[in-house]
Ligand binder design. Sequence first.
Ligand SMILES: [Zn+2]
Length: 506
Amino acid sequence: MFNSRSIALLLLAGAQLLTGHDAIAQKSRGKSKASKPVTGKASLAAYEKYIDDHNDEHLKEFMELVAIPTISSIESHKPDAARAADWIVKKMQSIGLSTAQLIPTPGNPVVFGSWDKAPGKPTVLIYAHYDVQPVKESEWSHPPFSPVIENGRILGRGASDDKSGVMMTLLATEAMLRTDGQLPVNVKFMFEGNEEVGSPYFKKFLEDNKELLKADFALNADDGQLDENNPSITVSLRGAVQLEFNVKTADMDGHSGEFGGKTPNSAVILSQIISSFYDEKGNVAVKGFYDKVVPVTPQQKEMIRKIPYDPATDMKILGTTAEAGDTSFLPLERVWYRPTLEIIGMQSGYTAAEGHSNIIPGHAMGRITCRLVNNQNGKEIVDLIIKHIDAHTPPGATITYKRSNGFASPMTFPVDTKEYRYLSEVLTEIFGKEPYQYASGGSVGAMLSVKEILGIYAYPLGFELSDENWHAANEFFRVSSLRKGQLLYCYYFKHLAEEEAKLNKH
Ligand SMILES: [Zn+2]
């Protein structure tokens, strides 16, 4: 009946039957498997493929933008800012945005773009800036505006702060539009060109374009993560205000031999005024400076306790050998929740690299930035400092002041909102771990205006990392961050649409 071969054949048939069956079962499972939508990071596979396939092309584009010296604090670079703004408009048009236009301001134009072909879906407004800080060329290992890629780093001024924000958000949009032919949400972009000079025209831009900028959600791409592997959401920013003061003791520099011993020296007076700003603990000794400062809260202390912070790491970045400030506060408390008065520049006498001149300087200049917290108001703080300087000016010296154009107020983002939850869920999915609640000692004045005028919080979603030398020499941006940042934004658009759809169902 059954010899070994026939048994073998039977087994075979049975197996095939099984597989046939499995196939059927599989198929039905598959069908149910097939109909089960792919979610989470896996759902980004198609975009990931597009991003990787176009990586070289996109890096080339990134470097084209970084090569344009859009230094907003130097008037002669205005044509460069215009060139970069045009470049961004062309990029927006090439990826298929519905609109792409320049909106003039008294400074550099804002570049506005939008894709609005998802009726009934939420609208996301994205902020970034294409202007950059000035450079001290001699301190760079490579020319700051001839970007190169070395060891997975794009080297160049503004590569991180904040041309990464411009490129990452546009390229994410490109990946989705090129892959799906549409976006899951409507998107609007507003890229300003005066952030590095305190965004003096941004508030008016928002007021004049309220209707155009209408949105349900907003994101600020001019921000970062804790590091490459640890996500974070910045939930508060300090404010900032600047002041320049000029000490005059004579109409000209005097011969230090002829006049030394009886002639006031403006450099000495400048130094005396500056040292009068601080007490022995390093706190600011200007009367009334801390009047509107609120004690660090238990929640803030708890937040800091959770963050893997090592002062030595920060010191390594700058190459400092000690920390300063009132040690009755933790370092992060001092950077995030305490105000500062910083001397950001001073000048007097003969300071050329070569030679020296035996003079008594007739003029000296000092520049100040104050980082503000809680309810501190920039104008009031400058008034207090001017009062202090006037009170500390000896006979024989006159002081003139140059106030900055407005100031950035401190800002806090609520963490009990759906906006915050969506962001946290997106970061958790892409990084595989929950984001740290973080804060920043820096300021993005424009973000408060977005809340005040458009009524929405622009939550931070950027990829600038703290060791990328922002504002300093040898700034760089990680190529790996460009990829991850694109995926973050793709997933944010997708996740937002899904969550809002769920909400609308109810
Ligand atoms: Zn920036």
